[in-house]
Ligand binder design. Sequence first.
Ligand code: GLN
Length: 245
Amino acid sequence: MTTIHLTHLYAKEMSIYGDRGNLLALSYYLKKIGYSVVVNEINIGDILPKQTDFYFFGGGGDTDQSDVAKDLELKKVRLKKDVANGVPLLAICGGYQLLGESYVDGTGNELNGISLFPVKTVAPDNTVTSRCVGNLVVESLSSKIVGKLVGFENHGGQTVGTNDTFIPLAKTLVGFGNNSKKEFEGCMVHNAIGCYLHGPVLTKNESLVRFIMSTIQHNLQLKQEFISDPDVVTLHDSLIHRFYA
Ligand code: GLN
């Protein structure tokens, strides 16, 4: 039986609003088509596993982000190399922010990111009167991911692209997305996605699961047929209907 290796980055420090459920969901789909799955949880001070077929990095508060930022610097070269080689990655909110160039928190303290995504994030100043909180519905702009995605966002940080290599994941339909302009959500680099879709997002957006699984299979030269879960599809459609249509 083929084993798929999933790495949960900073599982202890960064996994709020059910983010950990993304790994449960992905494991469920992978096992359904006959793979065995190993999830390695990596925390501060740990060494990255030899093999990773998918990285997940969840959200967290400013204090946790500050602790993690220093350690992330030590893992930067390997993470960027794996992403450049096509390994899929999903980072949510605080994780997304730290994979960008920098995050300036509410006290003005600047954390260095690892510049995997060409974005930078600044916590609200007097031009933004409230945090970006609520349901988020977006339309994918990527040919690799089909249709609308739904999740929940809760962030103060305002994220913007820093140069013309910035490719947003999606267009915002309901909610904010990257920032209070409500234009775009997330960022994509190779097969890495950074976004504000808490949820856990993989329990309600099968098109994202399909993208991640087809990328894993492509990278490992595997070819099992994807098996859809009708409950996930129904949940997705009903949430889109409730919040958008
Ligand atoms: N501290 C960050 C912000 O509020 C990240 C929060 C989160 O991960 N949900 O912008």
